[in-house]
Ligand binder design. Structure first.
Ligand code: F3S
Length: 425
């Protein structure tokens, strides 16, 4: 690994013990990856959360012990320095504002708050969401980043044109201290070119179609880079959010191009950077149906007692839509409706009456976490409905709850009636 003078000095401890330990980790990590050098990053999205049970045990030794062990993989306890870059907290294990709604013990919530305050004082922006790009944590085009969270990584690369691989807690922690990450993978311009062409042969309208498309595509191409051709209707940011999240759960999609829409592909030729596609796929009605079947085909009934919306965390326009669909109505007894949004947007919803509408109907507006991360679902739940292909993919495996996938309208209707009634596309 070639190091600059500044990097060598950091590794030798000239900056701080934390930076020295961070450099040690980054060199080990980079060499394992075959990276020849590090690259300067200016934007980090990671986790400093202490809500997870394993991390909680460490917190008794102090927050520096947490940071050293979990953010630097360092057996030596070092003082947590100020973040050297713009850095934010992703999603965690509880809703800090309404822990009781998820049945989280008061002492766990208090520890979480202490951790948030400790790391916020050291420069970490406590956005507490898997969609930091929805609340102002937005890298510029071409900016080198170190981000965790697969749905956020693919959004950053494809939609924003920033450059990041899917990092972990330790590497983002080290990057926050040193402004460095190994230069490999999607940091390298040539690695961002499309390898496969996907011909889209049906109109994609709305989040449900984009979720199904992403879920199908992820299963086909794993982590190859696709150029999506034939998109007739310009997608919205929330469509691409759902598309990337779905493809990164059934596969490992980290990057894609839509000619004329995403910033690195003004046209199809630019997406391939002059190379020929290594393969061509087509997505039509049969493929969409197959994705729906893969998500819903194993469910043994249509009665639901839980509806989860907001994976990835909902934009305000999505929360507003849910409120409109619920206004003046009442969720069926015995059914729980949880709607997740970033805490900053939750605050807007609280202050403008949107949250009141959801609660008046019997639902909950929550932040900071989700059932897949917290492993918390309402007590006794047997079958859920969600508008997220990603959540439908993970919820059965993580919580053992059968999960149906469909449009947001069908999910809200299921909350009102206790029955999911949307037909296959
Ligand atoms: Fe976010 Fe949880 Fe979904 S982390 S993308 S809401 S599984």
């Amino acid at each position: 690994m070639r190091l600059t003078d500044e990097e060598r000095a950091m590794a030798d401890g000239a900056k701080s013990r934390a930076a020295a330990r961070a450099m040690e980790l980054l060199i080990r990590y980079g060499e394992a990856l075959g990276a020849e050098r590090l690259v300067e990053v200016t934007n980090v999205a990671g986790t400093w959360s202490v809500a997870n049970p394993i991390v909680r045990d460490y917190a008794a030794r102090g927050m520096d012990a947490v940071f050293s062990e979990f953010n630097l993989d360092s057996p030596e306890v070092v003082e947590t320095p100020q973040a050297a870059v713009t850095a934010c907290q992703l999603i965690g294990g509880l809703d800090a504002r309404r822990p009781e709604a998820l049945g989280v013990a008061a002492e766990v919530a208090a520890l979480n708050e202490a951790g948030e305050r400790y790391f916020a004082a050291r420069g970490i922006a406590m956005h507490a969401t898997c969609t930091p790009y929805q609340v102002g944590h937005v890298p510029l085009f071409g900016e080198h980043c170190a981000w965790m969270e697969s749905s956020a990584v693919v959004y950053a690369n494809a939609v924003l044109g920033a450059r990041t691989n899917t990092e972990g807690r330790e590497s983002t922690g080290a990057a926050s201290v040193t402004r460095r990450i190994p230069y490999w993978g999607l940091h390298i311009p040539e690695n961002r070119a499309a390898t496969h062409l996907v011909r889209v042969e049906i109109p994609l309208s709305g989040m449900r179609d984009w979720g199904l498309f992403g879920y199908w595509l992820g299963g086909q191409i794993e982590d190859e880079i696709c150029a999506l051709d034939g998109i007739a209707q310009r997608p919205r940011p929330i469509d691409l959010k759902h598309f990337g999240a779905a493809a990164a759960s059934s596969g490992g999609l980290e990057m894609y191009h839509i000619p004329g829409v995403t910033p690195e592909a003004p046209d199809l030729a630019a997406a391939f950077r002059g190379r020929r596609p290594r393969g061509t796929l087509r997505f039509g009605a049969a493929e969409r149906r197959a994705a729906w079947q893969a998500l819903n085909g194993r469910c043994t009934g249509e009665e639901v007692d839980f509806v989860m919306l907001g994976c990835p965390h909902n934009a305000l326009e999505q929360v507003q839509l849910v409120a409109r669909l619920l206004e003046g109505r009442r969720i069926r007894d015995g059914v729980a409706l949880w709607v997740f949004t970033p805490r900053a947007l939750g605050e807007v919803a609280e202050r403008t009456g949107i949250a009141d509408i959801i609660r008046a109907a019997g639902g909950e507006l929550l932040s900071d976490t989700c059932p897949a991360i917290s492993r918390i679902v309402p007590k006794g739940v047997r079958r859920a409905a969600t508008d997220s292909a990603k959540q439908a993919h993970y919820l059965p495996a993580i919580t053992g709850v059968e999960t149906l996938f469909g449009s947001v309208e069908a999910c809200v209707q299921a909350a009102l009636t206790g029955r999911f009634a949307e037909a296959a596309p």
